[in-house]
Design a protein around this ligand. Structure first.
Ligand SMILES: [Zn+2]
Length: 317
């Protein structure tokens, strides 16, 4: 316990990783429920440090990063998974994307003239309130594998209270498998802990290789869902609680098994070549309008805030 006082913000939950696990059920064998615990506090902290968002926007962004990381590992793809929400509220755009090898990034666009005065209780609410921050709008979930047929997208209305609700509405449409996700983000000094935890029923015909009866499988799902809903905000944002420990604490009755975790890191995909490619598609008039006093076109990546000054001549070969 002494360690808790000495290292308040660099605990195991502050790293960037996704822990896959499965639940065998009370009596059965095989995997009746699959789960993922995404802990992206480390990458979220460095991403948010570059942006200086108001606390409530930072919290929503951290949650989006955790949810994107968590959802991405339920799908088989080789490319980029994107969660994007557009709203008519204070936050206009919220974006988080993650590659299949764990490179995470995100940004939010908001009305900085009209920062709402939400009480601390609202900011600390678990999870961030979608109606209060984004208002009404939609959320889009996109898998892009960089090939002609490798892109698919699902869009849902922002009807629920949370980003997790929007993710579940999309999952219910596209996968039609019982699933549930919870997410929360919390700040400890300059560091964030951001966690998303999801369980999904393994379909009886989906190769779950179990001897459990249908009734036992139903019971296992009902119990897993109930246990997930019992998780507290304190548990999800506790920097000292290791992901494995949270899984075993919550789902002990369903005999959890964990797999090796997959790393997630703060890594943008922008490059000088991509900036030049965008500029080379612009007309000379458009380009002229972008030239700064320095005589160069200054382009700042909205994800990682890297500024690149490009000579407008070089994009015209
Ligand atoms: Zn970038």
């Amino acid at each position: 316990m002494a360690q808790k006082d000495i290292f308040p913000v660099t605990g195991p939950a502050a790293a960037g990783q996704i822990l896959p696990f499965y639940l065998a059920g009370e009596n059965g064998d095989g995997a009746l429920i699959r789960g993922r615990l995404a802990s992206v506090g480390g990458p979220a902290s460095s991403i948010l440090a570059r942006h200086g968002y108001p606390e409530m926007v930072a919290s929503l962004q951290a949650e989006a990063l955790a949810i994107a990381a968590c959802l991405s590992t339920f799908m088989k793809f080789d490319g980029v998974f994107t969660l994007q929400a557009k709203g008519n509220g204070f936050v206009k755009t919220l974006l988080a994307d993650v590659t299949s090898d764990g490179a995470l990034r995100g940004y939010a666009a908001f009305d900085d003239e009209n920062v709402p005065s939400l009480g601390d209780d609202m900011v600390a609410a678990m999870p961030a309130s979608v109606p209060a921050l984004l208002g009404t709008g939609y959320a889009a979930f996109t898998v892009d594998q960089g090939t002609e047929n490798g892109r698919y997208q699902g869009i849902v209305e922002l009807a629920g209270e949370t980003l997790g609700d929007a993710a579940m509405a999309w999952f219910a449409n596209s996968e039609q498998v019982d699933s549930h996700i919870v997410a929360a983000a919390g700040r400890h000094g300059d560091d964030w802990v951001a966690t998303a935890l999801m369980v999904q029923r393994v379909a009886a015909d989906g190769g779950n290789q179990t001897t459990a009866s249908r009734a036992e499988q139903d019971d296992a799902w009902t119990t897993a869902d109930m246990l997930l809903r019992s998780v507290t905000r304190e548990e999800l944002v506790d920097p000292q609680l290791a992901p494995e420990d949270l899984v075993f604490r919550l789902f002990n009755a369903l005999r959890p098994h964990v797999a090796p975790s997959q790393p997630v890191q703060d890594k943008c995909r922008c490059s000088p070549e991509k900036v030049e490619a965008v500029l080379s598609r612009m007309s000379p008039e458009e380009l002229a309008g972008l030239v700064a006093e320095s005589g160069k076109v200054e382009v700042t990546c909205e994800f990682c805030k890297t500024m690149r000054a490009v000579d407008p001549g070089i994009s015209r070969h």
